[in-house]
Design a protein around this ligand. Structure first.
Ligand code: TXD
Length: 307
C-alpha cells in the first residue's frame, strides 16, 4: 500500500485524509502539533472504514517518526486567513511552520514527493523545495485545480449545465491577481466567450478571483476545505497511479512563460515522479501582462524570505 503523510491535521488536512481513505488510495499518517487531535481524527476515520468496506491504515501523531517512508508528503500546516486578511498576510507565520515541517518530513522520507497547500501557496512551495533540498519536480503546489473548479462551478450554475461539461483553466499565482484564462476555457467545446455574455463572464472571473475570500467571509473562522482537499486528492491519485494527468498547479519555472526561479500556476503533467512536464499555452499580450503582474507579486514575497 502506498503511504501518504499529511502535515497539519486541521480542516484541509483531515478532509484530505477523509477523501483519500474513502478512495482507498493509501495508508495515511496525520501529523499535528496539537496533542491528541491527529490521533483522535485518525481513529475516528479508521472506525468509519468498516461501514464503507475500505482497508487502509490511518495513524495520527505529534511526531514525524510515523511518516517514515512516505511516498507523498502533503503540507497543510499553518494558519488560515481571517476575514479581511490576504493570503500574503500569512507569510511570516507560515514560513516558520512550513520550514520546520519540510525539514522534519524529508529526514523520514528522503524520496517523497511534496504537495504544498499552505498559503501563500507559491512561496511556501518554493520554500519547501529549498529547505528540503530536493529537485523541483518533486514539489508541487495545489491552487489551480481549486481555482479552476470554482470557476467551473460558477459557469455550470450560470448556464444550468453539468459541471462535467465545463472546462476552465485558472493559472498564475494563488492570489487576487490569479489569471482565469477565459480564451482557453469552454463548455462542451463551445468557447466560454460564446456561451456567456461579456457581463456574465466578467462577473464569473471576478467571483473566481475572490472565491477564497467569499468562503472566508461566510465561515468567519477558517477558510475553504472541501474543495481544496479534493483538489489535493486528485493530485495524490495522479501521482500514485502514474496517470500523466495534466492539471493546473504551482510548479517551479525555469524559463517557461518567460519566468524564472519561482513557483507559479501553470498546466502541469503529474505522474509517479512528480511534475513530469510543464505545458506552455500561447498567450495574447494581455494574458501575458496578467501573468507577469501575478508573477511580480509572487517574486516579491519570495524575496522577503531571503533564502
Ligand atoms: O488552495 C490552497 N492552496 C489553499 C490553502 C486552500 C485552503 C487552505 N489554504 C491554506 O492551507 C490556509 O490558508 C492555511 O495556510 C493552510 C491550512 O488551512 P486549514 O484550513 O487546514 O487550517 P487549520 O484548520 O487551521 O489547520 C492547520 C493545522 C492546525 O491543526 C494546526 O494545529 C496545524 O496546522 N499546525 C501544525 N501542524 C504541524 N506542525 C506545525 N508546526 C504546525 N503548526 C500548526
Amino acid at each position: 500500500m502506498n503511504k501518504v503523510s499529511i502535515i497539519g491535521a486541521g480542516m484541509t488536512g483531515s478532509t484530505t485524509a477523509h477523501w483519500l481513505a474513502e478512495r482507498e488510495l493509501a495508508d495515511i499518517v496525520l501529523v499535528d502539533v496539537v496533542d491528541g487531535m491527529p490521533q483522535g481524527k485518525a481513529l475516528d476515520l479508521q472506525e468509519s472504514l468498516p461501514v464503507i468496506g475500505k482497508d487502509v491504515q490511518i495513524v495520527g501523531s505529534n511526531s514525524y517518526a510515523e511518516t517514515s517512508g512516505s511516498d507523498i508528503i502533503v503540507i497543510t500546516a499553518g494558519l488560515p486567513r481571517k476575514p479581511g486578511m490576504s493570503r500574503d498576510d500569512l507569510l511570516m507565520a507560515n514560513t516558520k511552520i512550513v520550514s520546520a515541517a519540510a525539514e522534519a518530513a524529508i529526514k523520514e522520507s528522503p524520496d517523497a514527493i511534496f504537495i504544498i497547500l499552505t498559503n501563500p501557496l507559491d512561496v511556501m512551495a518554493y520554500l519547501t523545495m529549498k529547505v528540503a533540498g530536493i529537485p523541483a519536480e518533486r514539489v508541487v503546489g495545489q491552487a489551480g485545480i481549486l481555482d479552476s473548479a470554482r470557476m467551473r462551478a460558477f459557469v455550470a450554475m450560470e448556464l444550468g449545465v453539468s459541471v462535467e461539461n465545463v472546462h476552465c483553466y485558472v493559472l498564475g499565482g494563488h492570489g487576487d491577481d490569479m489569471v482565469p484564462l477565459v480564451r482557453h476555457s469552454n463548455v462542451a467545446g463551445i468557447p466560454l466567450e460564446t456561451a456567456l455574455s461579456p457581463q456574465q463572464l466578467g462577473a464569473i472571473v471576478e467571483r473566481t478571483r475572490k472565491g477564497g475570500g467569499e468562503i472566508v467571509s461566510l465561515l468567519k473562522t477558517g477558510s475553504a476545505f472541501y474543495a481544496p482537499s479534493i483538489a489535493i486528492t486528485q493530485m495524490v491519485e495522479a501521482i500514485l497511479k502514474d496517470k500523466h494527468l495534466i492539471v493546473p498547479a504551482a510548479a517551479y519555472l525555469n524559463g517557461e512563460y518567460g519566468l524564472k526561479d519561482l513557483f507559479f500556476g501553470v498546466p502541469v503533467q503529474l505522474g509517479r515522479k512528480g511534475v513530469e512536464k510543464i505545458y506552455e499555452y500561447e498567450l495574447t499580450d494581455s494574458e501575458r501582462d496578467a501573468f507577469n503582474k501575478s508573477a511580480t507579486g509572487v517574486k516579491e514575497n519570495i524575496a522577503k524570505l531571503n533564502l
